[in-house]
Design a protein around this ligand. Structure first.
Ligand code: MF3
Ligand code: CO
Length: 254
């Protein structure tokens, strides 16, 4: 069942989203050569605390961190580690989901460590464009798969792959709610979108083939062919006026 959020809930989700976006704004300065991903996760934990945000991932199915940090061919769910040091040329994706007064926002962005390959820049750019194209379709009266189809079209237009095994999701009281939002598919299918629905839209894209596997740690999702992958995510509310992105604060231009 897709829940319709009332104005009180919406205000809480807006607050969660704005605070999360602020963290992402400051996060950029933390990401540099020589820093361990565990260190970045610890910094994020401090920021969440300062902003009265509660991590949704710490304790989730045994996961012990407040963020997922995925490097190069890691697509999503990279596990922060104090022995994983960032090096020049790394292409990283940071994903954080947290709640404010019981309601969640979920956000991910790509970052570059020093000078990265042209492929990394292009992949990040296309992931962001695909996300925007998907968000554009999050309008009342459209169908769910209109979002999926728009994302797939944008990604494949650039010759990149769309990961099939993971998807976006509804979001609210819980981090993961109905519906599942695929990043591929034909338009015109699925439920009709209505004001008050809230979605975490998150294209996961690959330079090479879209097939993935899960690493020995049981979490990290990596491309099978070792090609670079990108992932970005926003939490979006469907309003009468169209999509409202909750994870972009007034101070952020991410
Ligand atoms: N934020 C992720 C999402 O978009 C969830 C991370 S799942 C975890 O769904 F278990 F790895 F924490
Ligand atoms: Co998500």
């Amino acid at each position: 069942m897709i829940t319709i959020k009332n104005s009180v809930v919406i205000r809480k989700m807006e607050q969660a989203g704005a605070l999360l976006a602020d963290i992402f704004c400051d996060l950029k300065q933390q990401i540099k050569e020589g820093v361990a991903t565990g260190e970045i996760d610890r910094w994020i934990a401090q920021q969440l605390l300062l902003k009265n945000l509660i991590s949704a991932t710490k304790g989730y199915m045994g996961y012990q961190h407040v963020s997922c940090i995925s490097v190069n061919d890691e697509v999503v769910h990279g596990v922060p580690s104090f022995s994983r040091f960032l090096k020049n040329g790394d292409f990283i994706k940071v994903d954080i989901c947290a709640s404010w007064q019981g309601y969640h926002a979920d956000m991910a962005r790509a970052f570059f460590v020093g000078d990265v390959s042209q492929d990394a820049y292009t992949l990040a750019d296309v992931a962001q464009k695909a996300l925007d194209k998907g968000i554009e379709k999050a309008c009342p009266g459209n169908r769910l798969s209109d979002i999926s189809a728009a994302i797939q079209q944008e990604v494949e237009r650039h010759g990149f792959g769309v990961v099939r095994d993971f998807a976006g999701h509804g979001i609210g009281k819980k981090m993961h709610e109905d519906p599942e939002i695929l990043n591929y598919g034909e338009s015109g299918r699925g439920p009709i979108l209505r004001p008050g629905m809230a979605f975490a839209i998150e294209p996961m894209i690959t330079k090479g083939h879209y097939e993935i596997f899960i690493a020995e740690d049981g979490w990290t999702v990596k491309t099978l062919d070792k090609s670079l992958a990108a992932h970005v995510e926003d939490t979006v509310l469907i309003t009468q006026q169209g999509p409202k992105i909750l994870t972009r604060s007034t101070t952020t231009t991410l």
